[in-house]
Write a protein that binds this ligand. Structure first.
Ligand code: HEM
Length: 494
């Protein structure tokens, strides 16, 4: 009898598509085990699955959801599917526990996505001088001036503030982004939203709505949402009274009001949620990425010297007048950026999508509505048949491999061999901003400062590494480095 019940339940909880299942030991295993194994061992799980099933689809039990992980070859045919058949909305928001931190607005709209790409990207040259002046003053205020001794700093804490100000500039405009309260709010918002995701993904879904209130992050986040709503709703009302003149500024809020197609798209509360979600998506990821490039280069001084020289030569050639073209023609720095993101990609699972209509892939695999698919960007980035000696850091890998290709597929491009921005129609809409902004910050910091690491008792350098939790790879807020202003720098002044 017991065996019959077990057999029946096992059959009910199994799939009938014969895909191998990874990270679940038996069909009835409580999902919490998969959650915890994934939270703390995702890198090993993906590596083991890739060596076993390379080139074949498999099903990954993440604990919160079962995801069909597809090999790269299928991305091309999936990209050709209509938007009604495959979408990124729900899975992005549920992976970020949007139902707990308010990012579930991403379920309902793609208005911000369109605006960031179709309005934000073309506006970058116009926005660049404002971005540069904010980075200039933030650097002066945040980083030490002493050229003789080293100061220990929490790298992320410093960089996040600068990035928070620029993302606020792009989302709310120059009239609002210098408000210290708003800068603090944007940074804290991003931190609290991620903290909730990281912690709550450890708990079963039914307990999350209760447990989340036991964390300080939820209370802080809710206070932040309230304050952000006050600011954004009143600003929205003000701009809506006269969109022709008050929505002329190049910022996300203005574009979204001016080009809203429905009443809801221009609603102050919806816009608050969208702005908050863009803070969460853009600030921490960009700051962590910049911190990663700096520490990688500091740990490999021969690359750092070469890249500094490239910056210095460019500075002289352009007579100190940095513009988008100058930033985008730093080939060696661009190559180092690709290499850092290959090791620390923000998220190891990319191209996560929900299936909305039945799809049959060219290998005969049937994808059903309600299923979730993804690809393992991490496995590709560490595949020796894609990247030679993949576990070795080589800042000039892309530059030396094929300079022509490196230039036609720079860091900001979605055409690269790895999937740093995701793939296809729904790849990261902030990629052009993230790339340009990172270069503005890196040019200034690499030229003007030296970075070093503390040593342990054996004298070995302690380079801070981005820890991995769940599928996320992000530099810790507690990571510290030693910083010293360089006596000999090019005097780059934005
Ligand atoms: C180095 C920094 C960044 C990295 C590595 C990064 C990477 C990614 C990735 C991999 C995705 C998922 C794409 C997919 O599923 O195919 C994504 C989504 C997203 N990113 Fe970024 N991103 C960065 C910076 C930014 C910035 C600066 C912004 C905005 C100002 C931004 C806004 C977004 C948004 C809104 C989404 C969700 C898109 C949706 O609703 O479907 N990101 N990002």
């Amino acid at each position: 009898m017991l065996f019959s019940i077990l057999w029946l339940s096992q059959s009910l909880f199994s799939y009938d598509d014969d895909l191998p299942i990874v990270n679940r030991n038996w069909a009835l295993e409580p999902r919490i085990f998969s959650r915890w194994r994934w939270a703390f061992g995702s890198e090993k799980i993906l590596d083991a699955a890739y060596s076993k099933y390379k080139g074949r689809p498999y099903r990954l039990a993440r604990g919160d959801v079962d995801i069909v992980i597809l090999p790269d070859e299928f991305i091309g045919e999936l990209n050709k599917m209509p938007q009604s058949a495959i979408t990124s909305r729900k899975i992005l928001s549920s992976s970020m526990t949007g139902y707990l931190n308010g990012m579930n607005v991403l379920d309902k709209t793609h208005h911000h996505f369109r605006m960031l790409l179709t309005r934000g990207t073309p506006a970058l040259p116009e926005l660049l001088p404002s971005i540069m002046s904010r980075v200039q003053s933030a650097t002066k205020n945040i980083f030490p001036h002493d050229t003789h001794s080293w100061t220990e700093v929490r790298l992320m804490t410093q960089i996040v503030r600068s990035i928070g100000q620029v993302v606020t500039l792009v989302t709310l405009g120059s009239s609002m982004c210098d408000n210290p309260e708003l800068i603090r709010l944007s940074c804290e918002h991003s931190t609290n939203a991620f903290a909730i995701t990281f912690l709550m993904r450890l708990a079963p879904r039914f307990l999350q709505p209760i447990l989340v209130w036991l964390t300080p992050f939820k209370w802080r986040l809710e206070r932040g949402w309230k304050r952000l709503e006050d600011i954004v709703v009143s600003e929205t009302q003000y701009r809506k009274q006269d969109p022709a003149t008050r929505c002329k500024n190049p910022d996300l809020l203005s574009w979204m009001i001016a080009e809203a197609k429905t009443k809801e798209e221009a609603d102050g509360c919806t816009l608050t949620r969208i702005i908050g979600s863009v803070f969460a998506a853009g600030i921490w990821s960009t700051a962590a990425f910049i911190a990663g490039v700096l520490t990688d280069l500091a740990a490999h001084p021969h690359f750092l010297t070469e890249i500094r020289q490239e910056i210095r030569d460019k500075h002289e050639r352009i007579g100190g007048n940095w513009d988008a073209l100058a930033f985008n023609s730093l080939d060696k720095l661009d190559s180092a950026m690709k290499e850092t993101v290959r090791f620390a990609p923000g998220t190891m699972l990319v191209y996560s999508r929900n299936i909305e209509e039945p799809i049959t892939l060219s290998n005969g695999l049937q994808l059903q509505p309600g299923q979730t698919i993804s690809t393992s960007g991490r496995s590709r980035a560490m595949d020796a048949s894609v990247f030679c000696s993949p576990r070795q850091y080589d800042a000039l890998r892309s530059y030396n491999e094929d300079l022509q290709k490196h230039r036609t597929q720079p860091f900001r491009s979605i055409e690269g061999k790895d999937h740093r921005w995701g793939v296809g129609r729904w790849a990261c809409p902030g990629r052009n901003l993230a790339s340009l902004l990172s270069k503005v910050v890196l040019v200034k910091l690499l030229d003007e400062y030296d970075f070093a690491f503390k040593t342990d008792k054996n004298g070995a350098m302690k380079q801070p590494k981005a820890p991995i939790m769940h599928e996320f790879v992000l530099m810790s807020p507690k990571a510290t480095v030693l910083v010293r202003r360089r006596e000999q720098n090019s005097g780059i002044f934005y």
